[in-house]
Structure formats: C-alpha cells, structure tokens
Design a protein around this ligand. Structure first.
Ligand SMILES: [Zn+2]
Length: 96
C-alpha cells in the first residue's frame, strides 16, 4: 500500500502541537482536524524508486513544516469553534 507522506507529516506535526491547544482531543476531532488540513494540501506520494533519505528529507523540510503548521493552526481554530456543537454535523465523542 502506498503512503501519502503529506498525511504522515500532518499527523506528526499535529501530535506535536495539539498538546499546546485547548481543544477536544477525541479521535473524531483529531480526524476532523487532519481532514480539514489535508483537503487544503496536495497529497505527496513517492515512487518506489525514491530513496528513504528523500522521504525523510520531505518530512523534515523546514518550509513544508512551516506551511503545514499554519494550516493545522487554522484547522484547530475551526474545530475548536465547532466543539460540542451538535448542529454542525460534527461527531465529537464528547458531545452529550
Ligand atoms: Zn471531540
């Protein structure tokens, strides 16, 4: 199965920054944040011929990390605003 390296980068960065944010961290909210971010980014698939070092370089690339982080922060704000709001179709595990 091929991997979307943009998704891996988003997951890595999200787990780094989410601890600093006062947002719901249930699986549904985390998935919503990832979905919003990934809808705003081009997927990144590597051919089988690409070296592992090049994939690692993509994940560590400073410019990639900065632009993805900015998108994560705006997605966090969107999900935070919608938290526990049952009228918006979101499916938070903490909704009552
Ligand atoms: Zn939630």
């Amino acid at each position: 199965m091929i991997k979307n390296y943009m998704e891996i980068l988003v997951s890595n960065l999200l787990s780094e920054v989410i601890v600093n944010y006062d947002v719901c961290k249930c699986q549904n909210c985390l998935n919503d944040i990832k979905a919003i971010v990934l809808n705003n980014l081009s997927p990144m698939y590597f051919l089988s011929s690409v070296e592992k070092s090049e994939k690692t370089a993509f994940l560590l690339n400073r410019q990639n990390r900065i632009s993805v982080l900015a998108k994560i922060v705006s997605a966090l704000e969107i999900v935070k605003k919608n938290e526990h709001n049952s009228n918006n179709g979101r499916n938070c595990e903490n909704n009552t």
